[in-house]
Ligand binder design. Structure first.
Ligand code: C5P
Length: 239
């Protein structure tokens, strides 16, 4: 694969141009950040796990009819995805209270929610990614009401599919974050990544954390936990 021009470098990924203007190459990095970049770490092997797990989830979702940006995995740490313009919104779905929701509403971490909670956050580093409602999104013109409705619908469908998939593998899907983009024709497409960096996964028996909270909370064994998720998904490490 030709080394195309670097288009973007984020906290955990790099994006490169390819010969196809509608396709970009994503390289998953071993770096981790948390708390608006205030906490930084280097976790050898994380990039490979997130690339594999993300590719697995995107392929699974596509098979179930949830269109997304994934094209194919290129190598242990790289994948090709369709080029989209990412909307500045994070869509979070929660099945149990944890993290910022537990804190904001004073709920004990792990409390089951009677129905999934969908939240939108405005992606803005200077503002610290604030929680926004549909009126805020309209006021800032971050997405149209139709796009918002579609994102919510897709997010709940992804939740249903991944919750069941993980349950079968002895893992609780506590919550996760999705991002969406618009392709050249303006079609909304599920994008970014779905990995232990962007989901909370707990072992169903022990409630042990198998996700980025191990890094956020200095619990150790971060990459080992990501490997465990990959193993539960039936993953092997060959190429
Ligand atoms: O921190 P909070 O509880 O709001 O996170 C909810 C979910 O969204 C968690 O799974 C977390 O990993 C994910 N998230 C993310 N990127 C962010 C904020 C949250 O992947 N910038």
């Amino acid at each position: 694969m030709n080394r195309g021009e670097l288009l973007y470098e984020g906290k955990a990924k790099k994006l490169f141009r390819t010969e196809d203007p509608d396709v970009v190459r994503v390289v998953y990095k071993d770096d981790a950040t948390a708390f608006d970049g205030k906490k930084k770490g280097h976790l050898p092997g994380k990039g490979e796990m997130n690339n594999r797990i993300s590719a697995f989830f995107f392929r699974y979702l596509a098979e179930k009819g949830v269109d997304n940006h994934f094209v194919r995995r290129l190598s242990p740490t790289e994948q090709l995805v369709r080029r989209v313009r990412i909307l500045p919104l994070e869509v979070v779905v929660r099945n149990r209270a944890a993290g910022s929701l537990a804190k904001r509403l004073g709920l004990e971490e792990g409390t089951s929610l009677p129905r999934p909670v969908v939240e939108f956050y405005y992606k803005n580093d200077e503002l610290g990614d604030p929680l926004v409602n549909e009126d805020h999104i309209a006021a800032l013109q971050l997405a149209s009401p139709d796009q918002l409705e579609e994102m919510k619908h897709i997010a709940l469908r992804v939740n249903g599919l991944l919750k069941e998939l993980m349950e079968e593998r002895g893992v609780i899907l506590v919550d996760f974050k999705l991002e969406f983009g618009l392709d050249r024709e303006g079609r909304l497409l599920l994008a970014d990544e779905i990995s232990p960096d962007t989901c909370r996964f707990w072992d169903a028996r022990t409630e042990e954390k198998l996700d980025k909270d191990r890094f956020r909370r200095d619990l150790g064994g971060v990459v080992e936990a990501y490997r465990e998720i990959w193993r539960r998904l039936g993953g092997e490490i060959r190429d």
